[in-house]
Design a protein around this ligand. Structure first.
Ligand SMILES: [Zn+2]
Length: 264
């Protein structure tokens, strides 16, 4: 898989003697979680994994080289059963995902590292990542953090409709890939479907509301796209990668420096 992680930030490029020499109480380890799943007619299966690596790699380039902050190899397979029925989707169950992260947490704790970031770029993993972060804290005493997607970057030119319901293979993901891996984007095969409209008065929402309906992509989107890639450009992608990298780098530095407050 293509990578933007600088070699000196790649944990798996270290020898065990180099790992042993790290300041283990301070070192921040980042475990990326993503997916291999259909992304419509126009984007590759690895989209979420590539975006994770692209954004994280650019964020790590902004961090002072002397700080002990490392990216672990990603968990490329995620909980993607919303996209089953589309050939190429490779999904693991919630139980498997939780077990893999738990076992990696056990390995990290046994090496006496303390600080771990779960950096997730696949929506189907989000609730599991929250569970993992709490459980790794409770079971192993790890100081765990979660970080998602573009870390709140504004994506300034995106319409409210696309910002709210461009869940999958829409303008944002397509622009990021047009910047990072343009050779993998089929720009003559764009399709569009929306799961809901921001103008709808419906009480039930697809997610993120107090009353939601569970959805499968095939119920809503014959092409596999949930959003609209029309309007995607490499220029937007480049700008958004920069905005996201800045926010991700700031979040990682805050995690590196984090000390919990006790009492008032
Ligand atoms: Zn995606």
């Amino acid at each position: 898989m293509k990578t933007w992680i600088p070699d000196h930030r790649n944990f798996a490029y270290l020898s065990w003697k180099q790992v042993e020499a790290l300041p283990r109480a301070q070192t921040l380890l980042i475990l990326p979680t993503a997916a291999i799943e259909q992304h419509g007619h126009h984007l590759p299966l690895a989209t979420d994994t590539l975006i994770n690596n692209l954004l994280l790699g650019h964020a790590l380039e902004r961090i002072a080289p002397e700080l002990p902050i490392y990216a672990l190899p990603p968990i490329c397979y995620g909980k993607s059963n919303e996209h089953l029925g589309f050939p190429g989707t490779l999904s693991v169950s919630a139980q498997t995902f939780l077990a893999v992260v738990r076992d990696l947490g056990a390995s990290i704790a046994s090496a006496r590292f303390v600080k771990v970031v779960l950096y997730n770029t696949h929506g189907g993993n989000t609730s599991l990542v929250d569970v993992c972060a709490r459980d790794l804290r409770a079971e192993f005493g790890l100081r765990t953090f979660t970080l998602f997607g573009a870390a709140g970057a504004p994506f300034s030119d995106v319409s409210p409709q696309e910002r709210t319901y461009g869940f999958h293979a829409g303008e944002i993901e397509t622009s990021l890939l047009l910047h990072g891996v343009p050779e993998l984007v089929h720009i003559d095969e764009f399709t569009s479907n929306y799961i809901a409209r921001t103008t709808d008065a419906d009480l039930l929402k697809p997610e993120g509301s107090c009353a939601n309906f569970a959805w499968l992509t095939r119920d809503i989107a014959p092409s596999g796209v949930l959003g609209d890639p029309v309007g995607s450009t490499a220029e937007k992608g480049e700008r958004w990668v920069g905005e996201a990298a800045e926010r991700i780098a700031n979040a990682l530095l805050a995690m590196y420096q984090f000390e919990p407050r006790h009492g008032a």
